[in-house]
Ligand binder design. Structure first.
Ligand code: HEM
Length: 134
């Protein structure tokens, strides 16, 4: 599903920068990110490599997002919905609609899997709840 011709790295960089500008301004998510990220330029660079790997298949990202998110205290479904809403409002402004649609689809899938993994790691004896629609 990765497509090397989908977009440029510069387009990815702009998406990442605009998205995290909004995240940092958000009343709920801003504090969570600011508390855990000491070096924003480093985080943004990691995120460019992450999106370049999953959108273009560039193989530039080799991290493990799940344990990083499982380590964050007190996440809930509404925060993942909020993350997705902010992501969607950012991709909505992209002139490259192919890129926007692909990024939205991947974000939805990964958010769902992070939320399911988060619950299974934190509360292994409870049935995890789907992200569902909001
Ligand atoms: C409620 C939703 C979310 C919150 C609060 C959140 C928060 C964070 C924070 C604080 C970090 C930095 C962790 C660290 O460096 O120790 C991080 C890293 C990251 N997040 Fe999220 N995140 C959320 C959802 C997502 C989603 C939906 C995706 C993917 C579509 C994603 C992808 C990543 C990636 C790839 C990293 C970098 C991991 C690494 O260092 O290799 N996050 N996130």
């Amino acid at each position: 599903m990765a497509r090397p011709d989908l977009c440029t790295t510069e387009e990815i960089r702009q998406l990442v920068n605009h998205f995290y500008d909004r995240i940092r301004d958000d009343a709920v998510l801003g504090p969570v990110f600011n508390e855990h990220i000491n070096d924003w330029p480093v985080h943004l660079e990691i995120m460019v490599r992450f999106w370049s790997s999953i959108l273009l298949g560039s193989g530039q990202y080799s991290g493990t997002p799940m344990p990083k998110h499982v380590a964050l205290p007190d996440l809930d479904a509404s925060m993942f919905h909020r993350w997705l809403a902010i992501f969607h409002s950012t991709t909505a402004e992209l002139p490259n609609r192919d890129m926007a649609n692909q990024a939205d689809e991947l974000a939805r899938r990964i958010a769902r899997s992070l939320w399911l993994g988060y619950q299974m790691n934190r509360e292994p004896n409870r049935m995890p709840q789907e992200l569902g629609h909001e």
